[in-house]
Write a protein of this length. Structure first.
Length: 276
């Protein structure tokens, strides 16, 4: 494990990041492929063994995307990964750095550091997270596994929390003004349909429409395709399969509480104003 001599020219944060990157590179060369496969399998089991669905969700998380028909599944994978991270990387086993405030020390007990790091890592770089968790090294090098470096990203972390935990989205909706929500939705790239589907999950009081259940079943059968075969659906249903059940001009989930309906109508106004 060697480091370049020009580290003396770096800031303290830069030197810490350089050390962490070198240590991570060393550990990644010693990943346990069988252990990583087992980690992936555990996640796939949350999806009733559907590996193609897992691949779709994994790819969505790496790109900050969301499929409105599989919100519950995205949230389940996100929750599992969050628990996994905290189990395999307790507070004293990893660090991140603040390049904007070089003199501010990393505190593993600081929830702020966790909030800007963990969501980013478990969505954008979870393959690497699993590999680092699986790494096996000689006993005299075990100390490296308590010095793992994870980059942080405030923007992507907050986006992940809002997109993949509908509880957080409902809190965000309650806390922000309409204008602030317009900017948020634009920044994270989600539309009315995705938000309406999240609200439907959070405030569900009864079964979903048969149309939605049937569309989801068809999408599961053709999960690796960009769209459903034309012979299955009329154009209107093709649009729903692609964009979700709800649009800003019509349709409110009918299996949610009155409180949920009020939020959907508020979001409809927010998106109408955003599009005007």
């Amino acid at each position: 494990l060697t480091m370049n001599s020009n580290n003396n020219d770096q800031s303290y944060a830069g030197r810490c990041a350089s050390f962490g990157s070198y240590a991570n590179s060393f550990l990644l060369k010693h990943k346990d492929k069988a252990a990583v496969e087992k980690m992936v399998k555990e996640q796939v089991e949350l999806l009733r063994g559907n590996k193609e669905l897992y691949n779709m969700i994994d790819n969505n998380m790496m790109n900050g995307d969301l499929d409105p028909f599989f919100i519950r599944e995205h949230c389940a994978i996100y929750s599992w990964r969050e628990t996994f991270f905290c189990k395999h990387f307790p507070n004293d086993s990893w660090f991140t750095v603040d390049f904007l405030n070089d003199t501010f020390p990393f505190d593993p007990q600081n929830d702020g550091f966790k909030l800007i790091t963990i969501p980013y890592q478990i969505t954008r770089y979870f393959d690497r997270v699993m590999a680092l968790a699986s790494a096996k090294v000689d006993t005299d090098l075990n100390w490296l596994k308590s010095q793992i470096y994870f980059e942080n990203d405030l923007k992507h972390s907050f986006e992940a929390e809002d997109i993949y935990t509908w509880e957080q989205m409902t809190i965000t909706i309650d806390e922000l003004e309409d204008g602030e929500l317009q900017k948020l939705f634009k920044d994270i790239g989600i539309g009315f349909s995705e938000v309406a589907h999240m609200i439907a999950e959070a405030y569900q009081t009864g079964p979903k429409r048969l149309e939605e259940i049937a569309l989801k079943a068809l999408l599961l059968q053709h999960i690796s395709s960009d769209s459903l075969p034309q012979e299955y659906l009329q154009e209107k249903l093709q649009k729903k399969a692609t964009n979700g059940m709800y649009n800003v001009e019509c349709c409110t989930p009918d299996n949610i509480s009155d409180g949920g309906r009020e939020i959907v109508e508020r979001m409809r106004k927010v998106f109408r104003n955003n599009n005007s």
